[in-house]
Design a protein around this ligand. Structure first.
Ligand SMILES: C[S@@+](CC[C@H](N)C(=O)[O-])C[C@H]1O[C@@H](n2cnc3c(N)ncnc32)[C@H](O)[C@@H]1O
Length: 235
């Protein structure tokens, strides 16, 4: 069902929507293995962090919509024996504080209960992830713009995205417009894996204005109900 523009949800209402604030979604992904970040992102997160730590003696990972934070906690456990452990920074942000218990090891992940929209980090990150989190956000494109600006020059942003979770008023083929914009802005997106990638140093700016969110569009490619983000076009 398509919701009319004047019935779109603002951020506060969206955060209370049963599509976003439910306890059924998978918040339990760990770092490696079957139900994991490495599997879903098709990216060797731990190797990446270890190599950066070895090369630069510091590494930082920000996980947006981190769920239980288990992937960050596992990374903390695995990196705690590194001689450069003092240079590790692990930050997670989620609307809901359903975090797994954090041990007393170093480096302690910083887990914040906060909407992504209001999160403002200090410093830059080598890796920023949003694993199955964009599906629930209102202004997904603003999140991409902001996250890209928090990347170190050689950093990388990785997230899952369904291009069907977008509507651009007056343009029946929002997906085409969006893909063209991704190409123009050198954002890599795979229709097969639904993984979107932004390289550090790429300052993203979309020519779309956010109008609001529609939480009634039903399941997306994950099989779970997701949020459609509605925009108007500026050109
Ligand atoms: C499907 S879960 C994925 C969690 C984690 N990334 C994982 O893979 O285990 C999506 C997460 O997005 C969070 N979320 C939804 N809207 C959010 C928002 N506006 N700001 C921060 N987190 C949000 C939910 O609370 C949930 O934990």
């Amino acid at each position: 069902m398509k919701v009319q523009s004047n019935k779109l949800l603002n951020a506060q209402v969206l955060e209370r929507s049963s599509v976003v604030a439910n306890c059924l979604m998978n918040r339990e992904r760990v770092l490696q293995g079957k139900n994991s970040y490495e599997k879903d992102l098709k990216f060797p997160v731990l190797d990446f962090l270890e190599k950066r730590l070895q090369d630069k003696q510091e590494v930082s990972w920000l996980d947006l919509c981190c769920g239980s934070g288990k992937a960050l906690i596992e990374a903390a456990v695995r990196l705690q024996t590194s001689p450069f452990v003092a240079g590790v920074r692990l930050v997670g942000v989620d609307l809901v504080g359903m975090f797994a218990p954090v041990g007393s090891f170093l480096p302690l992940p910083e887990l914040r209960i906060q909407p992504v929209d209001s999160f403002v980090p200090t410093g830059f990150f080598d890796l920023i992830t949003c694993v199955h989190g964009l599906h629930y956000l209102g202004d997904k494109l603003r999140t991409l713009e902001r996250a890209a600006s928090w990347l170190a020059s050689d950093g990388i942003f990785l997230a899952h995205l369904d291009v069907n979770n977008f509507r651009i008023e007056g343009h029946p083929q929002a997906e085409k417009l969006l893909r063209a914009e991704f190409r123009k802005q050198e954002i890599t997106f795979s229709s097969q894996t639904h993984i979107l990638q932004i390289a550090g140093g790429n300052q993203i700016s979309f020519p779309f204005s956010y109008l609001g969110a529609d939480d009634r569009s039903g399941p997306n490619y994950t099989g779970q109900p997701a949020v459609t983000s509605v925009y108007s076009v500026e050109f």
